[in-house]
Write a protein that binds this ligand. Sequence first.
Ligand code: IMP
Length: 412
Amino acid sequence: MSVKLIQDLRYGDTGKGKISAYESDPARCDVSVRAVGGGNAGHVIMRDTRKISLHILPAGCIHEGVDLVLGRGMVTHLPTLFDDIREAHAQFQSNPVGRLVIAPENHILLNGHKRADAELERRRGNDTVGTTGSGIGPAYADKAMRVGMRMEALRKSPAELKDMYRSLLLHWAATYNVILTPQEEQQDIETLLKGKDRLEDKIQKDMAAYWQKKFDKQARITIEGAQGSLLSIDNGGYPYVTSSPTTTAGHMQGAGIPVRELNEVIGTFKAYDTRVGGGPLLTRMDAEAEQRFQDKGGERGSTTGRLRSTAWLNLSDTQKRAWEEAVTSLAVLKADIFDGESEIPVAIDVDGEGRPLYKRYPMWKESIRGIRKFDDLPDEAQFFYTDISTRIGTPIRYIGTGPDHDDLIVMD
Ligand code: IMP
């Protein structure tokens, strides 16, 4: 039996999708879990010529024979879930619905939440959070105000569901001054009825009973982190954060698995930092370098299509996040984007005023794209990875060497 978590140590978008897809292969995994967040997440998985961008389903959906858990810490937009299911079927011929396991406490995100998200951003004027516009903040706010609708509501009769929905309409009007159009209301009601029709029997009565059965069978469980440590609701970067706890502890709470059962935390980060949405970025590149890396790295948000701000790797901060998240190994992604550069700065400390202090790493002459063995990497690349690992104080388990699923070095 094992419980593994793939934890993004930065602002999301560090390549978790690739590691999650590898770790949720049936050779290594029986249960693939999403624990927190919702459709704001965007995991891109590329395999051969196939590409899928997932928002709600965990990466295990591309494989057969793996349970797909949507945990209690999530807020789920049902149409986005249906889109993911369709995509997984179209691209990977898999049947995710048959393997879905939904926590009854998982909250349903509706049109009113999206409208309220836009309204709250509008009220902030020039100081927006830069949310993904997916309704995440208001869905979690409704949960905290104890007025939200949970997945277990889909067990109610259609008439009761509609009544619950009408109470929400009044709440949104009173709280956010959001009045839905008749079309938006109708769409939400149809979504709820479709959800009831397709998902009711996937909603568990008791997740603890489900997990205990899996533990009795020695199941191998992979939890796919959402967003990243620096976007967690309790992070110092508030208010430029998301609305759920996207940390190791938050993912365990969201999955509903006892903390003591966690065996492994794989901390992911890229060889440079990116951020999408508002908020500062300490080691931000100059405009010319930023544009170069945005182009080379395809740094555009997979949920919103926004360009990601790009910065040199803040290793001293990554080291702190790795400590906080109790990582047991590291996954370093996308250093292949440095192919063709002569040297790259990495922030290894800060001075008394909090300004970054850089170490410059010489880069490699040959491309590292697609290399699958550490020993085949050029000396400069070996030094780069080894030094980063030493500074964080944690061994590297995975090195990403290109966009495809198989462009991966797996360390012993
Ligand atoms: P929200 O989660 O949509 O409320 O957005 C809050 C902040 O988190 C914004 O800066 C978003 O750009 C950022 N964010 C949310 N989800 C992701 C993600 O999956 N990757 C990167 N940034 C994200």
